[in-house]
Design a protein around this ligand. Structure first.
Ligand code: ADP
Ligand code: MG
Length: 686
């Protein structure tokens, strides 16, 4: 970088903040938009809103003393006049702007009190008789950061583009000719030159959308590089070994026989897919996606039993204590009759109790271990771990997944991994962020569920909502009342829930009100949940801790306070806590008025749809992949130019091209990954 003029260590450091480390990075740092300084417009033709250049003579200069002192300059050409307005100006500046001086100005035209104006235009005096040249290209406006000026970036790109003329090696064309012709894409150098310095007639609206062929060319190349790199990751995974877990069905058969229900066709299909994976001597990396309530837990249990039948241990990890406890309960109920031993590890478990559990795990006495992240602390040693099951995977990223697998390494073997998520991951994201996983879909709910009816109500109708709760409980139903907060703070969340519980207890004295939040001790929480499940509590006030896992079929009404604060996918999951029995269920989204247009639109999606995938897709369109996946994930899908929502139409072509590249042009494929992902790939290899 420092080989460029005007780049010393200081500037280099600032550029690094923009992700610019090499000349090539600079070339891939594309303009956000453009300004047109290629023409001078007649002043009489101006319309408000346009950003453009004009030239004229100063007619009049005056300093106006109002609320703010300002310098007003009237500029005219043969077609009309415009007012230039400056709030900050020096005396020298004012002197230089005398009557009759010719000025070339560039700025945004807007409606002033009496006429069209430009506020603080860029300007330059034109000496009499001389003509100023116009720019030959549209002027790029780059993303900047503190301490890096627009002009610096223009100057630097100018230098690199000039180098490109003489030394094109910095930008070798890596897409094979036939591929490029088949896709009718411009070559890389042309595309880059065009985007940094477009010709005067370049279609600006198309460029703003990112839909210009030159942009599409780069987008394509970037997506291709990601696709190839994820394929490599998979290839490597296939080279590691895992114990083949055949299993003889001696445990699965009695479990299925004792279940009060039949597996749905979707559950059976997914169980079959997993069964085949586990029988291979290659670590399974499978993601099971299924909407809330589709029955993923029993699928996990059957998977676990296959490993236990084969004589190995299983670790089941959940993201929260509450969820881990719930799984522990389900698994005890299902598996203890089969004489299985289940151990239990969470962050709260300490001292002797913890040591006892560790001992059971290390000796292999416990075939199944349920817990939170604490399962993977250094002193948790397994006698023989064959399978790791992770529930609610969207909180873990690729690197964490691989790290977990390494922890479970046993000799040359890695455990199999099964990952379960209720967050429906739109296809576009699944193909990029999760391309290292095989995906199974449980796309069917158990029979007898009725969709939850959702209404959206402002909180000034709270009384009505409270009456609904009263009526519901009087009819023998149970109710969830969910409090949300913007702050992540568990303490504030807990306080909000406590306040709600208190006021509801007061207004509804005939009801038994329970309260759960993140700061209540886990055994106490468990007791409350158990009482709610047993029907002893009518109204359960809760924070979003009940988001996942909790299963109470008699609960058929849910109130969510301030739903506008949560993402759609999260709301959908919350709502999935009701509608589990056969009675009609309702969800009331009680928002704080007034609601922004965007929030209104989002809540309407929830009211109209109960399809988790559609909701997630909309959420993605409205909030972007980072938000939908949670911040931890964004590091993985960081794209410089491509946009997974905007460019999803390209993904099929990208996959085909990735096949071709890997098979027929492995060297270019590797160079492409290096160009776009550089060091990040090394990191991905853990
Ligand atoms: P999730 O996929 O959200 O984790 P669960 O595994 O908690 O869903 O299942 C939700 C409820 O549905 C549980 O009470 C479970 O016992 C029940 N269930 C699961 N599979 C079936 C099925 N095939 N038929 C009927 N009920 C089922
Ligand atoms: Mg679940």
């Amino acid at each position: 970088m420092t080989s460029l003029k005007r780049v010393g260590p200081k500037v280099a450091e600032r550029l690094a903040k923009l992700g610019i480390f090499t000349l090539q990075d600079l070339l891939f740092h594309l303009p956000l938009r453009y300004q047109d300084r290629t023409r001078v417009h007649p002043i009489g033709s101006l319309r408000p809103g346009a950003q453009l250049a004009v030239e004229g003579e100063v007619e009049r200069v005056e300093v106006k003393f109002g609320r703010r002192r300002s310098l007003l300059v009237s500029l005219a050409d043969s077609s009309g006049r415009i007012l230039l307005r400056f709030f900050h100006f020096s005396n020298a500046q004012k002197q230089a702007l005398g009557r009759g001086v010719r000025l070339r100005c560039f700025g945004e035209v807007r409606n002033g009190p009496n006429s069209l104006e430009m506020v603080h235009p860029e300007y330059q005096a034109v000496s009499s008789g001389a003509t100023l040249e116009v720019e030959a290209h549209l002027t790029p406006v780059y993303p900047t950061t503190e301490g890096v000026h627009q002009l610096t970036l223009r100057n630097l790109t100018e230098q690199v583009l000039a180098l490109l003329e003489t030394e094109p090696k910095d930008l070798t064309e890596l897409l094979p000719e036939p591929l490029r012709q088949g896709l009718a894409m411009p070559d890389l150098r042309q595309a880059i030159l065009y985007l940094h310095r477009p010709p005067p007639d370049a279609p600006q609206p198309l460029l703003l959308e990112g839909a210009h062929p030159a942009q599409q060319r780069l987008t394509f190349e970037e997506l291709l590089a990601h696709q190839i790199s994820l394929r490599e990751l998979r290839q490597q995974q296939r080279q590691t070994r895992a114990p083949a877990l055949l299993g003889d069905g001696r445990l699965r058969r009695p479990l299925l026989a004792q279940l009060p229900f039949e597996l749905t066709a979707a559950q059976q299909r997914v169980v079959g897919e997993i069964e085949r994976d586990l029988a291979e001597p290659v670590p399974m990396q499978r993601l099971v996606q299924g909407d809330v309530g589709c029955g993923k837990t029993i699928v996990a249990a059957l998977t676990a039993l296959q490993a236990v039948e084969a004589g190995l241990q299983v670790a089941l990890m959940a993201p929260t204590e509450l969820l881990a406890e719930q799984h522990l309960r389900s698994f005890r109920q299902w598996l203890e009759p089969l004489d299985l031993n289940i151990a239990w590890i969470t962050g709260r478990l300490k001292g002797k109790a913890r040591e006892a559990q560790l001992e059971r795990i290390a000796q292999g006495e416990a075939q199944l271990v349920v817990g939170t992240h604490a399962l993977f602390q250094d002193d948790v040693l397994f006698a023989g771990l064959g399978l790791v099951i992770i529930d609610e995977q969207h909180r873990f990223g690729v690197h964490q997944r691989l790290a977990l697998r390494e922890k479970g390494a046993n000799g040359g073997h890695r455990p199999h991994q099964l990952i379960m998520t209720a967050t429906p991951i739109p296809r576009t994201l699944a193909m990029t962020a999760y391309a290292d996983l095989d995906i199974s879909l449980i796309d069917e709910l158990p029979p007898g569920r009725t969709p939850v009816q959702t209404v959206v109500i402002p909180d000034n109708r709270r009384d009505e909502v409270v009456e609904r709760v009263r009526a519901g409980c009087a009819a023998g139903r149970q109710v969830y009342w969910v409090c949300t907060l913007v702050e992540e703070s568990e303490l504030l969340q807990a306080q909000a829930a406590e306040a709600s519980a208190e006021s509801l207890t007061e207004t509804l004295p005939e009801l038994e009100v329970g309260l759960v939040h993140g700061r209540i001790k886990s055994d106490e929480k468990e007791q409350i949940m158990a009482r709610f499940k047993a029907g002893e509590i009518d109204l359960l006030v809760a924070t979003t801790v009940i988001e996942v896992g909790v299963d109470v079929p008699n609960a058929s009404l849910m109130i969510i306070e301030n739903p506008e604060r949560l993402g759609l996918a999260q709301l959908h999951q919350l709502r999935g806590r009701v509608g589990r029995g056969s009675v009609d269920s309702h969800c009331v989204l009680m928002y704080q008025a007034p609601l922004s247009a965007n929030a209104r639109q989002r809540l309407a999606i929830l009211r109209e749809s109960s399809d988790g995938f559609l909701i997630a897709q909309k959420d993605l369109e409205m909030r972007g992949p980072g938000e939908v996946l949670g911040t931890r994930q964004t590091g993985e899908v960081q794209l410089r130019i491509a946009d997974l929502v905007r460019d999803q139409g390209m993904l099929d072509q990208v996959r085909e091209a990735a096949d071709q590249m890997v098979q027929h042009h492995p060297e270019q494929a590797a160079a492409l990954v290096q160009r776009w992902l550089g060091q990040r790939v090394e990191y991905g290899r853990v």
